[in-house]
Design a binder for this molecule. Structure first.
Ligand SMILES: [Zn+2]
Length: 254
């Protein structure tokens, strides 16, 4: 059964990620260790490998559209940006001050990159309609691999073409937008993507987290996660915001 990793809002500046129920059957991979996944909020995650390398994906600009603060002290080894919207690039496209350290490498396009234990593959995608016309709708799907695990972060990608599916390859953990008002993906496209990628674990993202909203500029056109989870089997929620996944504790059956 596919596992859905639901997330929930925390009272502090970081949201908390839900966690899956580990499967009892080991994956065929003999890889050691795992990837620690820390959910920050919205579409942003910090991934840590066993050697301490930290990849930050899609940091949002503090209090822009999202009424959330960006937490202090996030100093990753590298930053991955799927597309130049302020809720994914910390306002870089708008020349806002970056929350990460000066000189930190930033990956914002297709290609293959190595950071410590991590191999990152950026796959050329396309932002979901009708958004992103101002930058040609480029959205880079980020595939991160370490410890025998492949995590795909879709950013705000729309429907996947066969070329995108080929480029992404095997997906163990899928981070995809999902919310109660289908802000980025329709129900039909969501189902289609899940059928195409057939991930073992799904981590929904890009939904409203009212508990984190500290001012009135809040994303009223984003829905919450509960309606999106309704009717899905295998949903698991946890109260923490950090979870380590390893190739051996993923559910074997999708
Ligand atoms: Zn977005």
């Amino acid at each position: 059964m596919r596992t859905w990793v639901a997330t929930c809002a925390a009272a502090l500046s970081m949201a908390c990620a839900g966690v899956e129920e580990p499967g009892s059957q080991p994956d065929a991979s003999s890889a050691q260790g795992g990837i620690e996944i820390e959910y920050i909020a919205h579409a942003s995650f910090l991934l840590r490998s066993d050697d301490g390398t930290e990849l930050l994906i899609d940091p949002y600009a503090s209090r822009v559209w999202l009424g959330y603060d960006w937490p202090d002290g996030v100093l990753p080894s590298a930053v991955l940006i799927t597309h130049p919207h302020y809720d994914h690039d910390a306002g870089r496209f708008r020349e806002m001050t970056f929350p990460w350290g000066e000189g930190t490498p930033v990956v914002d396009g297709p290609g293959t990159y190595e950071f410590g234990d991590f191999t990152v593959t950026g796959v050329e995608g396309k932002h979901a309609d009708p958004y992103g016309m101002e930058f040609g709708q480029l959205n880079t799907i980020m595939v991160v691999e370490a410890a025998g695990l492949r995590i795909a972060h879709l950013g705000d990608n729309g429907p996947l073409t066969p070329a995108m599916v080929d480029g992404i390859g095997r997906v163990d953990v899928l981070m995809m937008p999902g919310d109660g008002v289908d802000h980025i993906l329709s129900k039909e496209t969501t189902a289609e993507i899940l059928a195409q990628l057939d991930p073992r674990v799904v981590v929904p993202m890009h939904y409203r987290l009212p508990d984190l909203e500290v001012e009135l500029d809040s994303p009223s056109d984003l829905g919450e996660i509960e309606p999106w989870l309704e009717g899905r089997s295998g949903v698991s929620r946890v109260g923490g915001h950090i979870r380590t996944l390893s190739a051996t504790d993923l559910p074997l059956n999708r």
